[in-house]
Design a protein around this ligand. Structure first.
Ligand code: UDP
Length: 235
């Protein structure tokens, strides 16, 4: 395996499967199998989960809701997703801990960096819920932050497209995919990989990001073993 410790970022929408809202248990079970394939190889896996399948603070704010209130709802949504993912992983016999950035002690451990690293060393998958714990941030920023904190080798952004293209491949059939691209070129070309805060944090800390299609079975294994099936962003 090319990477020893990874930070996998899954958006909330990834958990919906083919639904319009909420969580698809079958999709979660598929993800659990993909994750098991790499933990079985001794890869240490931390996951940051989004909440967009349930609630986004900006969406609430656009309808007149207080933004901070909405963001708190979004952060709680990520904890709900984290619990669902934990359950799916445990059904696949993967020992898992959920750590939350906002205190919710009856359902999740608080985020404690050293404890998270210890869990990883013991072969437990660690799910980070609650984003960064602060409003006005995204779970992409949480993913980069946690990846740096736990000294992950790479951030794997599992999406429904198979990499970064020069134009949106869902809108233009002539879109060209990049196998590798530098942080500077992503900015120069105005491509969208993560929000600017997350992206800059990754660049400043020289942490590579690989964007790949998580919905194809076996792809996670391929990426972790070093196969270039998505797009890698590095310095
Ligand atoms: N959120 C937040 N602070 C964070 C992370 C998330 O306030 O550090 C809130 C924010 O309202 C966001 C929602 O949680 O819209 C869900 O996260 P995100 O939109 O990043 O989820 P994803 O798009 O990955 O499903």
């Amino acid at each position: 395996m090319k990477y020893k410790r990874i930070l996998l970022k899954l958006s909330g929408e990834a958990l919906m499967g083919n639904r319009q809202y909420g969580i698809d248990p079958e999709r979660l079970a598929e993800y659990a199998q993909d994750i098991k394939a790499i933990t079985d190889q001794g890869v240490e896996v931390a996951i940051v989960i989004g909440g967009g399948n349930i609630f986004r603070g900006v969406a609430g704010a656009s309808k007149g809701m207080d933004r901070v209130q909405g963001d708190h709802m979004g952060m709680l949504a990520t904890v709900i997703n984290g619990l669902a993912l934990q359950s799916a992983l445990e059904n696949a016999d993967i020992p898992t801990r959920l750590q939350s950035a906002i205190k919710i002690n009856e359902v999740a451990e608080p985020f404690i960096r050293r404890r998270a690293i210890r869990h990883l060393e013991k072969g437990r998958v660690v799910i980070f819920g609650g984003g960064t714990g602060n409003p006005y941030f995204t779970t992409d920023s949480a993913a980069v932050l946690r990846a740096i904190e736990i000294e992950a080798d790479v951030i794997l952004k599992g999406t429904r497209v198979d990499g970064i293209y020069n134009v949106d491949p869902e809108k233009d059939s002539k879109a060209i995919k990049f196998d590798n691209i530098s942080f500077d070129d992503v900015i120069r070309k105005g491509l969208k990989v993560m929000d600017t805060t997350a992206f800059t944090l990754s660049q400043e800390n020289d942490l590579p990001i690989i964007v790949f299609d998580m919905n194809k079975k076996g792809n996670l294994f391929k990426v972790v073993s070093g196969e270039n099936i998505g797009t890698e962003v590095k310095c």
